[in-house]
Design a protein around this ligand. Structure first.
Ligand SMILES: [Zn+2]
Length: 74
């Protein structure tokens, strides 16, 4: 039974070590910024994803085009 406890402890340590490791792209959710053109952002008007570099910033968020910014904000 002591052997089983050691295995569980080792597994727990490995699990903690894996979850604490930085740089995993799936677990890290970054907020979209216009500075990184490779980041895809969703248009708040039509939800189409566009590169952050091409997105139009508005009062409510980012838009795929100036047309949608005007349509949403009036
Ligand atoms: Zn749009």
């Amino acid at each position: 039974m002591k052997f089983l406890m050691i295995i569980l402890l080792v597994l727990a340590v490995i699990w903690l070590w894996r979850t604490k490791r930085p740089g995993l792209p799936l677990s890290k959710k970054t907020t979209p910024t216009a500075s990184n053109p490779l980041t895809m952002v969703a248009c708040v008007h039509c939800s189409v994803h566009v590169p952050a570099g091409d997105a139009i910033p508005g009062k409510k968020g980012l838009y795929c085009s100036d047309e949608h910014r005007r349509a949403s904000e009036g």
